[in-house]
Design a protein around this ligand. Structure first.
Ligand code: ADE
Length: 412
């Protein structure tokens, strides 16, 4: 399955690797301790340069790695070709693969009977608990990268069907606060600009969802000079958006004046027929959430009389009343389909946590089935390495301060 340019893929991987000091140090430690030696790791992640670095670090630590994509459109074929030809990693992924190919590739990952699965969106965990139940025996545990995957795993846990321990990497502080906010913030803007070549300044941009991702997107759009409106269903988050200085209103009102709508909710039908019917002429619709369900493409097709491709990743829909609406990347997560994913330094931290959690699972086989938080020592270790990689030093508590903080009688 080699479609990309190997030397270009090597360049992309080596550039990322040269800037991923944290995971290099993490990899050295794991290799020295030998915890992943001979361990079979099955991964479904976005196949791009930073993911390749994770795969190589695990492989160098002695793991047997097999990789498929967690999205049919996000694979960088150059990277996947280089991984296979130059670095000897098994990759089953192709940009633009069909849904059938996508699942066939996930199944190939499971064919190695992995000891550890690393998921982004929960599809490997889903298969293991449905069509490939034989894999559970021999599986020590899993790690989940993203909000959507964690939501699925928690639903499985609630229904009593989750049979393995899974570490919720998404909610580690060193992941969520930086990857979801600064990573998604920057990579989403990168995706919109690459897809459209339009100016953000002066635009009215609507951000649906004010979780960590939505916060990052709203913050960066404001930084580019857009007037940002936030839509929410959660009262607390809506209040937070308001006090952060954004206008807050329902989608039905917001979309009437929107030049751009970006969804980042993890939910379906956030932009649906009732909204599309009143959307401003020329409005650009895009999604930064994991699945392509946030903008209802079905409804967009239903209210339109024709569509045509106007740029590589932009589809123009003409509605029955003559308005033009533009959908980026078929409503799939645009920061990976159009853009290059999160910045290198962000994935350095996120994937360091992944590698350390895989190692942790192998060292703690007693962990019961269920969704588990990232151990705080892993979070702290990655924070320490992240500061060191930037040559940033911080203060230490004195012994008097330590004593004061642990003395409940200290008072005044
Ligand atoms: N690169 C690899 N995985 C990614 C993710 N989940 N989000 C953004 N960029 C990525």
């Amino acid at each position: 399955m080699r479609e990309g340019n190997v030397s270009e893929g090597i360049r992309k991987i080596e550039w990322a690797r040269s800037r991923m000091e944290i995971i290099r140090r993490v990899g050295d430690r794991i290799k020295k301790d030998g915890g992943l030696s001979g361990v079979k790791v099955g991964m479904a992640l976005h196949v791009e340069a930073k993911t390749a670095v994770l795969a190589l670090i695990l492989q160098d630590a002695g793991a047997i790695v097999r990789l498929a994509s967690c999205n049919p459109m996000s694979t960088d074929d150059d990277v996947s070709a280089a991984l296979m030809e130059e670095y000897g990693v098994d990759v089953y992924a192709r940009k633009g693969e069909s849904v059938d190919e996508y699942y066939a590739n996930l199944n190939r990952v499971l064919d190695i009977r992995p000891n550890i699965i690393i998921d982004d969106g929960g599809d490997l965990a889903y298969l293991v608990h449905t069509k490939r139940k034989e894999i559970i025996q021999g599986l020590i545990g899993g790690c989940e990268e993203t909000t959507t995957g964690v939501l699925r795993l928690r639903a499985m846990e609630k229904d009593g069907v989750l049979k393995i321990p899974v570490i919720d990497v998404n909610d580690a502080s060193m992941k969520r606060m930086f990857d979801n906010r600064y990573g998604t913030g920057q990579s989403t803007i990168d995706g919109i600009i690459s897809a459209t070549n339009l100016l953000m300044a002066g635009k009215c941009a609507v951000v649906a969802g004010y979780g960590w991702c939505g916060r990052g997107i709203a913050m960066r759009l404001r930084g580019m000079g857009a007037r940002v409106v936030v839509t929410e269903v959660d009262e607390v988050k809506a209040m937070e958006a308001l006090l952060d200085g954004f206008a807050v209103m329902p989608m039905h009102d917001a979309i009437k004046n929107a030049d751009i709508v970006v969804t980042a909710t993890g939910c379906r039908d956030v932009v649906r027929e009732e909204h599309l019917m009143v959307a401003k002429d020329g409005c650009i619709l895009c999604n930064a959430g994991h699945f392509n369900v946030e903008v209802s493409v079905e409804d967009l097709e239903k209210i339109s009389v024709r569509k045509r491709k106007v740029r590589e990743y932009v589809e123009e829909y003409v509605t029955k009343d003559g308005r033009k609406l533009y959908l980026i990347a078929e409503g799939r997560l645009l920061n990976l389909v159009v853009g290059q994913g999160h910045p290198v330094e962000i994935m350095d931290m996120s994937f360091s946590i992944q590698a350390l959690c895989a190692d942790y699972l192998m060292a703690h086989r007693e962990i019961p089935p269920g969704v588990h938080p990232v151990p705080s020592e892993i979070d702290r270790h990655v924070a320490k390495l992240a500061l060191e990689s930037r040559n940033v030093k911080i203060d230490r508590l004195t012994s008097e301060q330590l004593k004061y903080l642990s003395d409940w009688k200290a008072g005044t």
